[in-house]
Design a protein around this ligand. Structure first.
Ligand SMILES: Cc1ncc(COP(=O)(O)O)c(C=O)c1O
Length: 421
């Protein structure tokens, strides 16, 4: 077997299960899970209808490149959403079975192990697939810590060693970020593009939360839009990953796309042809319908906005909490070790959250997820509010203890917030 398999860590949910094994949760409260980032809003009826209508497609093998109508629907969506001008739907778009498999497969296709000690850079904390993809591609991960003191911005200067940049073949970024919700700014994109031009690495921009934001007039900036604005109309060395899972509440449908540099996508498509991962024809039909409709996405955002506003109102008296720039997570500081916080919260209040340290790695001398928890506000509003009340009660225990000790009010010092992108 590939020895790199033994370099894979257990997935955070396995670590969480081990942490909570043997802990008896408060049985007087119904369990509430805020740990998994799985959307729970209803799948729009029209998507279900099209899926059923298109079942006739099951009688033939689908093309790996996807149907023309799906690629056209995706291209039209990119043009509307990111103001990119014309996208070549035959060359600049490839449908994928959810962004997860594509994010993984992409590293396998991009990394060239013949070049010696290939490096791949990823944010930290991060969506765990990146690390597995990097290790199994035979590369060495290098992390960029996302830190509260600079608003969880992408700080490229953290990798000061030019030797690392020279060996870098691929950089993963996640915007809006899981778990911080932070969005990469145009200036940050420019800095990243300049490094890519200097060192020749490919950029994989994971944008699966791009449609979950709170101000209808300010959709998060995307990689292709940033490239277009900076005059990089060929999207050289840039590929973005998008998904219907969160946008349209269809995580089980497994549908997304990659778009960007036509030369890279031609090679990636060749890889995928051999990999054998063409999208189910009925899913292709339903996906084309979903990408062509925005009304359900606006309604989806309304539900998240309501949930976040009400949850923040409950939590803000007891802990430092801000509306994230986008995505559906709260990334909250913990007054005690994050693992202990998650364990006691489960025990006393029957609420499950992910310890931040499970979503990050030790890099540059720290684990930037330490003393944070990730709270996924995916459940229905009432359940999220019930969970927020329990979190409030739990946080209050520490605020009370601290106030007794300090003789002052307030649970945590505020950290500087980041300007809007
Ligand atoms: C940051 C990030 N990227 C990608 C994915 C994968 O989403 P999907 O495969 O459903 O498109 C997830 C899922 O939670 C995620 O959090």
């Amino acid at each position: 077997m590939d020895p790199n398999l033994s370099r894979l860590q257990p997935y955070p949910f396995q670590k969480l299960a081990a942490l909570l094994a043997g802990v008896t949760p408060n049985a007087s409260l119904r369990p509430i899970s805020l740990s998994i980032g799985e959307p729970k809003h209803a799948t729009p009826q029209f998507i279900r209808d099209v899926l059923v209508e298109q079942l006739g497609g099951l009688s033939s093998y689908p093309a790996t490149a996807g149907s023309e109508s799906l690629r056209n629907a995706i291209s039209a969506w990119i043009e509307r959403r990111y103001h990119t001008g014309k996208i070549d739907s035959a060359k600049q778009v490839v449908p994928v079975n959810g962004s997860r498999e594509a994010l993984f497969a992409f590293a396998q296709a991009v990394v060239d192990t013949s070049k010696g000690a290939p490096a791949v850079i990823a944010p930290n904390p991060f969506y765990q697939i990146y690390e597995g993809a990097i290790l199994l591609a035979g590369a060495q991960p290098h992390f960029l810590n996302l830190l509260p003191e600079n608003g969880f911005a992408l700080d490229l200067k953290q990798i000061a060693d030019d030797n690392v940049w020279r060996r870098t073949q691929l950089v993963y970024v996640c915007s809006p970020g899981n778990p911080t919700g932070s969005v990469i700014t145009l200036d940050e994109w420019q800095a990243l593009f300049e490094l890519s031009d200097r060192h020749g690495f490919v950029i994989a921009s994971d944008e699966c939360y791009s449609e979950i934001y709170f101000d209808e007039s300010k959709p998060p900036l995307g990689a292709l839009e940033a490239a277009q604005r900076l005059g990089r109309k060929d999207f050289r060395r840039l590929v973005m990953f998008s998904s219907l899972s969160k946008r349209s509440n269809v995580p089980g449908m497994r549908s997304g796309f990659v778009a960007g540099d036509a030369e890279i996508l031609a090679k990636f498509l060749l890889y995928r042809t051999y990999h054998g991962c063409a999208m189910n024809p009925a899913v292709q039909g339903a996906s084309a319908a979903a990408w062509s409709d925005e009304a359900h996405v606006v309604e989806n955002r309304r539900l998240y906005r309501e949930k976040f506003e009400k949850t923040l109102a409950i939590l803000s008296p007891v802990t430092e909490v801000e509306m994230p720039q986008a995505a559906f997570y709260l990334w909250l500081r913990t007054p005690i070790a994050d693992t202990e916080f998650a364990r006691q919260l489960f025990e006393q209040y029957n609420v499950t959250v992910v310890p931040g340290s499970y979503l990050a790695r030790e890099a540059h001398g720290i684990n930037p997820g330490k003393n944070f928890i990730r709270v996924a506000l995916v459940a229905p509003v009432e359940e999220c509010l019930e969970a927020a009340q329990r979190l409030k009660a739990f946080y209050s225990q520490f605020a009370t203890a601290k106030n007794r000790k300090d003789g002052v009010a307030g649970a945590h010092p505020p950290s500087p917030s980041r300007p809007s992108p």
